[in-house]
Structures are given as structure tokens and as C-alpha cells.
Design a protein around this ligand. Structure first.
Ligand code: FES
Length: 109
């Protein structure tokens, strides 16, 4: 789906993906953020803009060295929390404002 003309990636994370997101040393991250501040509606749901923070390409989900997102344009690897882990992108994938308004219905914006 798109929000304000930008792709939005909605990911229902597995237990392994959540554990992987919580296993890193946050102090070593380029854009340090804990996983819990990136998942506004609980750890199972990650909602990020599908726009690479390097030059704006659309990363590939479930790809890259950290099994999150991979931008092949210049080789940015994001983890299962959408945080930049390797490559030229300076920042984590951006979070749009969102909330569940009822079971199975997500409001973005
Ligand atoms: Fe994504 Fe350059 S635009 S790595």
C-alpha cells in the first residue's frame, strides 16, 4: 500500500524475527533505536516506509544480511526492525504514524 505517495511495508514478524531485532547491541547501531520504540502496536507488527534513507529507492523485503530489507541500489542492509545495519544509508527506515483501530484494521496517518 501507499501513504502520501510512498510505499508502506507492513510486516507480521515471526518470533525469530522479533528475537533477532532484540539481539543486537543498540549502541553499535548507526541510528541507535531499540526495537520497542519502532513497533507502536506490539512486537508482532512492524510498519515502515519502504523508502531507503540513502537516496530513496524501494528496498526489497525479507532480504539482505540481516533478513529485514535490502536496497540493491547501493547495498544498504536493514534488519528486522528496519534499522540500518550496513551500507550507505544514514538512517533507519522511517515509521509512519499508525494504529490499529479494530481487529485487523490499521489506520496509517
Ligand atoms: Fe538505497 Fe542507495 S538508495 S542504498
Amino acid at each position: 500500500i501507499k501513504w502520501r505517495g510512498k510505499p508502506v511495508f507492513i510486516r507480521h514478524r515471526s518470533a525469530d524475527e522479533i528475537a533477532e531485532a532484540n539481539s543486537c547491541d543498540v549502541t553499535e547501531l548507526r541510528d541507535p533505536e531499540t526495537d520497542d520504540v519502532r513497533v507502536l502496536e506490539g512486537p508482532e507488527w512492524l510498519v515502515v516506509l519502504g523508502v531507503c534513507t540513502h537516496l530513496g529507492c524501494v528496498p526489497i523485503p525479507y532480504a539482505g544480511e540481516y533478513h529485514g530489507y535490502f536496497c540493491p541500489c547501493h547495498g544498504s542492509h536493514y534488519d528486522t526492525s528496519g534499522r540500518i545495519r550496513k551500507g550507505p544509508a544514514p538512517l533507519n527506515l522511517e515509521l509512519p504514524p499508525y494504529k490499529f483501530i479494530e481487529e485487523g484494521k490499521l489506520l496509517i496517518g
